[in-house]
Design a protein around this ligand. Sequence first.
Ligand SMILES: Cc1cc2nc3c(=O)[nH]c(=O)nc-3n(C[C@H](O)[C@H](O)[C@H](O)COP(=O)(O)OP(=O)(O)OC[C@H]3O[C@@H](n4cnc5c(N)ncnc54)[C@H](O)[C@@H]3O)c2cc1C
Length: 380
Amino acid sequence: MDFDLTPAQRGMRDALRAFLLRECPIEYVRDCDEAERFPVELFGKLAAQGWLGLPIPEEYGGTGGSCTDLAVFLEELAWHFEAAANCYYTTVVIAADALAHFGTEEQKRALLPRLARGEIRFAFSLSEPNSGSDAASLRTRAVPDGDHWVIHGQKMFCSCAQVADYILLMARSDADAPKHDGITMFLLDPKAPGVEVRRLRKLGLKPMDLNEIFLTAARVPKDAIVGAVNQGWRNVLKTLDYERCCLSAVNVGAAQSCLDKALAYTKEREQFGQKIASFQMSRAKLADMEMEIDAARLLLYRSAGLVDRGIPNNRQSAIANLYSSEAYVRAALNGMRLMGGWGYLMEYDMQRHFRDSKLAEIGGGTSEILRIVISREMLR
Ligand SMILES: Cc1cc2nc3c(=O)[nH]c(=O)nc-3n(C[C@H](O)[C@H](O)[C@H](O)COP(=O)(O)OP(=O)(O)OC[C@H]3O[C@@H](n4cnc5c(N)ncnc54)[C@H](O)[C@@H]3O)c2cc1C
């Protein structure tokens, strides 16, 4: 099995790296983190360079990258600025994927080229106050009314809703159907009457806003749905492997960034007349980080390769997601240990990884849910 990137993928990564070193300096990352603001300038530049079009098919204004291409892109972006990679995943990738697979021709023509040009952003809203891991038990209700749907309910944990032009909102469109069968994906305008978006305060990933959404008789035109009515849950399941690869790529890139920062620090800092890196216990931590990130990267590219070849890889993508998320959390923790008190200071970047990494074990399914997915596949 060949895990090597193609010359084109290496060229893309090198071009992106040069671009990010120039346009996304660490001061910019710190500034967005401190001000808790979406990296709008960086996204403008990514759009101008055509990077926002990577997950969008060529016929709709994108560059039609494969899952592996996207993994290379997200890994590199996350190395420089993890929150920006999460924002990219949320505002671009999820919608590009959903629209390309399930959107009507009209929706694709209207929305995908604008998404590629950075003119519009999306958010995705599935979770609710009473349905997280058990997402399909959602209660937000959509009822047909003439040429509209009327939506009532409350959504929870919607990333990027503050900066989104559309929310892909999952709501129950058939109250009598079994819980997985009566859900539809709606294209909601967050500024429409009856929609209230409220920002939530959180631990990390500060540039990516997190929100709850209150829906009181919010009206959505009949044609503003993605995919067929009552098929929303099935659509989500069909794109899960691809999305887990994307999340794994973010984890791998961010974990590598932790390791590189820890390595640089331990080669500089001296105690007892020696570099911290010369102590065996420091080296063991560095070796563990290296080993786990290496393994996570291999799992990621195995899974992305399977997606690209159209081979079902529910188990492999869940393994990549689970392993990379826990490897990232451990890398951030080891990074903090290696930096002693200095890692605890806001002027160093390790604390940001320490705060940001935790979401990796929650967002694409918690570690417990991913273990359930893996063991279910094993026991089939
Ligand atoms: C920063 C952030 C951003 C997010 N962005 C989005 C977004 O953009 N859109 C969106 O829709 N959602 C988003 N989410 C929500 C996220 O997907 C959920 O938080 C996640 O699915 C877990 O749901 P929960 O928080 O309700 O936890 P719960 O489901 O209540 O779980 C609590 C604990 O119970 C465990 N548990 C649950 N069921 C089982 C089981 N069967 N067996 C064993 N253990 C179990 C869980 O693993 C966890 O440890 C975001 C969350 C965060 C924190």
